[in-house]
Design a protein around this ligand. Structure first.
Ligand SMILES: *C/C=C(C)/C=C/C=C(C)/C=C/C1=C(C)CCCC1(C)C
Length: 244
């Protein structure tokens, strides 16, 4: 097993940020009685809790491996993918619940997401050739494109059933998600994984840390900021289920 280098600084900042985010969401959700609202808290708390554990593991040298591709030794933090495999579906679930997306839509989003992460980790660990790694990156990126396409469609469809403030919140979170998620394959291909070596591991780790914190803690802040809006979002369920 390889040992972390100077990039561990960013991994420790990530650990701390995720842990503080987790504590903040727990404290904020403490007195919330409404079951529907609590669901958003539970999901969001698990997102940052899982990420803080993954960051701690990486900062202490677990989840790092060295792969050799065409004579080049690459340091790969595979623990990221274990984190993302659970946290990205949970992020989508937050948004799907807010939008009252149908189960089929939610499953489709989660399915594409799992394909994206799994093909991403294969790309990160494949050693036969740099070209093959890029092919896996392409497959993973294609899954992301389909995912975002379905997400936009599903949220547009849901918009008519939402109040103005819930719709505004959904749109804001959707835009955040699109901008942030699209940056991941870019960092990957420019970083160690892409073998081009534009972005050294130190800066790649910093970039992923900023993206992860924004996509999880930042996303959670925006989602859980207004209890009034979450309340409206949960009340719609009542309306929708009586209308059914
Ligand atoms: C909290 C963590 C988040 C929001 C992680 C998101 C990760 C992605 C959108 C990753 C996407 C990837 C590709 C589209 C291709 C290359 C491999 C990945 C896994 C970096």
């Amino acid at each position: 097993m390889a040992t972390p280098g100077s990039e561990s600084l960013w991994l420790w900042i990530g650990t701390l940020g995720m842990a503080l985010g987790t504590l903040f969401f727990i404290a904020r959700g403490w007195g919330v009685e409404d079951e529907e609202q609590r669901r958003f808290y539970i999901i969001t708390i698990f997102i940052t809790a899982i990420a803080s554990i993954a960051y701690f593991a990486m900062a202490t040298g677990f989840g790092l491996t060295e792969v050799s591709v065409g004579g080049q030794a690459l340091d790969i933090y595979w623990a990221r993918y274990a984190d993302w495999l659970f946290t990205t579906p949970l992020l989508l679930l937050d948004l799907a619940l807010l939008a009252k997306a149908t189960r089929n839509t939610t499953y489709t989003l989660v399915g594409l997401d799992v394909i994206m992460i799994v093909t991403g980790v294969v790309g990160a660990l494949v050693t036969s050739s740099p070209a093959l790694r890029i092919v896996w990156w392409g497959i993973s990126t294609a899954a992301l494109v389909f995912l975002l396409y379905f997400l936009v469609g599903a949220l547009r469809e849901a918009a008519s059933r939402q109040t103005d403030s819930v719709r505004r919140l959904t749109t804001r979170l959707r835009n955040m998600l699109i901008v942030l998620w699209v940056a991941y394959p870019v960092v990957w291909i420019l970083g160690t994984e892409g073998t081009i070596g534009v972005l050294p591991l130190y800066w790649e780790t910093a970039a992923f840390m900023v993206l992860d914190l924004t996509a999880k803690v930042g996303f959670g802040f925006v989602l859980l900021r207004s209890h009034t809006v979450l309340n409206e979002a949960s009340q719609q369920t009542g309306v929708a289920s009586t209308a059914d």
